[in-house]
Design a protein around this ligand. Sequence first.
Ligand code: SF4
Length: 459
Amino acid sequence: MKCENCTKKECSKKQKNGDQQNTPVDVLDSDSENHETSEFHRLANAKIFLSDCLACDNCITSDEAVRIFQQNQKELFRVLSLNKKCDTSKHKVLAVSVCPQSLPYFAAKFNLSVTEAAKKLCSFLKSLGVHYVFDITIAADFSILESQKEFVQRYNHHHQEEHALPMFASACPGWIQYAERVLSSLVTPHICTAKSPQQIMGSLIKGYFARQQNLFPDKIFHIIVAPCYDKKLEALREDFYTPLYNSQDVDCVLTSGEVFQIMEQRNVSLKEIPEVAFDTLFGEQKESELIRYDGRRSDGYLEHIFKHAAKELFDTDVKELTYKVLKNKDFKEVTLEKDGQTVLRFAAAYGFRNIQNMVLRMKKGKCSYHFVEVLACPGGCLNGKGQAEMEDGKPNRALVKQMEDMYAAVPVRLPETNGYVQKLYQEWLEGMDSVKVQESLHTKYSTEKPAANSLDIKW
Ligand code: SF4
């Protein structure tokens, strides 16, 4: 079975069965939709699986494939070993930024709280020779703030601008890859232009932090620890690259599982090593506490944008969101009513079959959502394949449940209340609405259609 945009004669990917992620796409809910002999049904009958399609090795270029496989533990040790050689011209400052969804993985593996796991992971990485360890949450703050601002702008102009709504979240590289290379101009104008937390962290480290340290960007080797492999592909995006310094904003992505393998190879248990607080971008200051966002399974874009829009557009304070679960727990919606009218309708669509259903509705003109938080992984980022997949390729449900419970215990903070972010808007970005904000916090999406002869199945 070939994927929709596969250009190979024979598919090299193994077929997998048995988990939700690999469940063939569903038909839509309503009877009227069920009996249609649409192209969608042909797709459903073809049993395209998520693992065959999203960011698979059949739709990436050979150059990208090489550069993805180069991002591994060996690359970290190559840089560490250069740092021990006499030739200081090849030395690099090693900075690691950790995704918040990776921390519950280490907490669960070593039976620690998420805060303990964060500090011990920091300690472990520094014992290897890493100079700085950062929490990506500060970049997620920027990403959420820019996303909610853009949503309000799009909402205010949606009668004049055809593609203003729905707005789709931009944080998941698996989804972005699929949207750009498969769905193309049908959805790309609808994707929020705010960069993902990983991309913003790249700008912060190679832009602001490098300047603070009086370093050229190429003198810093920046590693991300993330729950999924898709972020390795994201690190290669063109707008992540500064030609002047031949520097990629993120040089290497390691999954949580790959970092755990290093611990195993070195016989290190996080339980037995001391705690060291994360660094901040502000010199000697250390990260005081670990926080998360509203929304247990994502960075909380839907929750934050919904509450912000309710307040900004309709002067309504929303404390708790009440979801209506649709076809399954990974497809749910929430609405805001005002004077008997539905004024906001948001949805969360996680996993391939829900993405397919949502896009099909859109194609039929039946997508009534103003915002959709789209994530490629069923269950969200804690279920990323770089940490929640067992050796047989099936998701480790017990581990995911444990991680969800642990993550829920981390205190919630609103991005607006982060004083560091406000300081950076002034010091680094020259204000909230500056040209630098556009350059450093926003991106563009490719609207190039895949080559015509590469499409085996059309939507
Ligand atoms: S949903 Fe999955 S693919 Fe997307 S960012 Fe999260 S872990 Fe990665």
